[in-house]
Design a protein around this ligand. Structure first.
Ligand code: G6Q
Length: 538
């Protein structure tokens, strides 16, 4: 049966009609225990979801919907290694990457942990050699700069965590991340670096991605040019990949290849060897703390009843706004500058996973799936797009993420940050009405402009402090939230066929732009004109 034809979905539609106009102000006034009833804790995180446009019945109806999608079974199917990524015929087992190495993770009778632990040990050996100056470049100099070349899932996670945990990193080493095929990215990231002190990590699951291989080849040329020897490659390149043949073809010794497995999806690969740059930068201990945070949330997700399960509750609230309120977007607002790349990371995790319009039976869906994810750190966002959140015509549910302790205590900066954090959630939920404005003697003609209708929902996610553990839990919280939504929407969250067409067309266009192929009339008139413009002006 189609998801939106189920009795549970229809019950939610009816319920929506009954409660859609209730205001958060009155919901809080009527139930003084509301916040206590809508707070969860787990894996070092605290979730207050009381400022959502729900009543207790909403949650129980949403939980019924989850049950109708056999969520418990689906979670077990994923954890036990069933090939739930059906269009690519793969298991989805990123949870094994952060499973304690001393305890087994059995899939089809085979323990995955010896292999996972083996790669982790190799990563540790190499990371220690590099960070302690034992790994010498071709001319005998220790490494000072690491350049990670990768894109999409082989870039966004590491960059995000590198920024997020900078305070925990070894400041003697600088990690640069290059993803874009735009030569400016590589040029700027290696600007001023000495090839003799630079190590490239080529992070690519397939080792065939156009952008990554273009950057890797240019990096190799830069090393060879700078160090004047083919033999230099072996001291200045490490590969992170599942494709040993391509790694060797590129010229990297398999001894310096860190592997992973086809059951690790690109955007879920941060805790695999793809995170090697992080282990170098953060140190082995902090990297394991990050893994422990992920694992704590994996455990919470697998073992906690749905009603108290943070990823499940967040997912269901997302479904409520997406499918019943008709919200198109979801804002993610970390009140922490270190999390500046977190929304961009989540954009890929969420939109590449759930930006789908065909269900698991191959039929077009007749309901909305993944929302547009966007955001910026607070308080910067407040001086930019918050106007629309407060007074615009669109309802955008927001996730606020904050921490009780600052990473860098400095006067009352943190209290100011968190006062804003709380104030924005209050303002969105409760607004400001005419009576209050008149009491403040606001001129009548300005009252319409100065009114805040409120009733704009938000979740509040808190942790004691931004640490490797809390960051790991936070990322895993969203990973599993995305999974739950995919289950409810009956879509495949772990493939990404939607990125293929553009890649294929780019391959056909490239020969035209480099003059190896004549422009044929096979393109539309707009594309032909654009090609002409580029050829005339290049
Ligand atoms: C993520 C996607 C995609 C992938 C990149 C890089 O889930 O699969 O973003 O990570 O296309 O692919 P490679 O690691 O193979 O270069």
């Amino acid at each position: 049966m189609k998801t939106n034809e189920k009795a549970e979905w229809l019950a939610l539609s009816q319920h929506f009609q009954q409660i859609k106009d209730l205001h958060l102000g009155s919901l809080f006034r009527e139930n003084p225990k509301r916040a206590n009833q809508m707070t969860l804790e787990g894996a070092g995180l605290y979730l207050d979801y009381a400022k959502n446009r729900i009543v207790p019945e909403t949650m129980s109806l949403l939980l019924d919907l989850a049950q109708s999608a056999e969520l418990t079974t689906e979670i077990e199917r994923m954890f036990s290694g069933e090939r739930i990524n059906r269009t690519e015929n793969r298991s989805v087992l990123h949870m094994a990457l952060r499973h304690p190495t001393a305890s087994p993770y059995i899939v089809n009778g085979v323990d995955l942990m010896p292999e996972v632990g083996g790669v982790l040990s190799r990563m540790e050996q190499l990371a220690v050699q590099i960070s302690t100056g034992q790994w010498l470049g071709y001319t005998g100099k220790p490494i000072k700069n690491i350049v990670n070349i990768g894109i999409g899932g082989s870039d966004l996670g590491p960059v995000m965590v590198y920024e997020a945990l900078k305070a925990y990193s070894n400041r003697d080493l600088t990690i640069h991340y290059v993803s874009n095929v735009d030569s400016s990215h590589l040029t700027e990231q290696i600007f001023g670096l000495n090839p003799a002190e630079t190590l490239f990590l080529i992070a690519s699951k397939t080792f065939t991605t156009q952008e990554t291989m273009a950057n890797a080849n240019s990096a190799k040329a830069w090393i060879l040019d700078g160090l004047c020897s083919e033999a230099a490659t072996s001291r200045h390149f490490i590969a992170i990949s599942t494709n040993a043949a391509k790694v060797v073809e590129f010229g990297i010794d398999p001894e310096y290849m860190l592997g992973f497995w086809d059951w690790v999806g690109g955007r879920y690969s941060l805790t695999s060897a793809i995170g090697f740059s992080l282990m170098i930068s953060l140190g082995v201990g902090n990297f394991h703390r990050l893994l422990a945070g992920f694992h704590a949330m994996d455990k919470h997700f697998r073992e906690t009843p749905h009603a108290e399960n943070m990823p499940v509750v967040l997912a269901l609230l997302g479904v409520w706004y997406n499918n019943f309120f008709g919200c198109q977007a979801q804002a993610v607002l970390p009140y922490n500058q270190y999390l500046s790349r977190f929304p961009a990371y989540l954009q890929q995790a969420d939109m590449e996973s759930n930006g789908k319009s065909v269900d698991r039976e191959g039929n077009p869906v007749s309901y909305q799936t993944g929302p547009v994810i966007w955001g910026e750190p607070g308080t910067n966002g407040q001086h930019a797009f918050f106007q629309l959140l407060h007074q615009g015509t669109k309802l955008v549910p927001c996730d606020f993420i904050g921490f009780a302790k600052p990473v860098n205590p400095l006067g009352d900066h943190h209290q100011k940050l968190m006062a804003n954090f709380l104030a924005q959630q209050e303002a969105l939920a409760f607004g400001k009405g005419v009576t209050e404005l008149r009491a403040e003697k606001i001129p009548e003609n300005l009252i319409p402009y100065r009114t805040f209708e409120g009733n704009r929902p938000s979740n509040c996610i808190l942790a004691e402090k931004l640490t490797p553990e809390s960051l790991g839990s936070l990322i895993a919280l969203y990973e599993h939230k995305i999974f739950v939504q995919g289950v409810i929407w009956n879509i495949f969250s772990f493939d990404q066929w939607g990125v293929e067409l553009g890649k294929q067309l780019a391959e056909k266009l490239l020969p035209v732009l480099i003059g190896e192929d004549k422009m044929e009339e096979k393109h539309d008139s707009s594309t032909l004109n654009l090609i002409n413009y580029l050829l005339r002006h290049q």
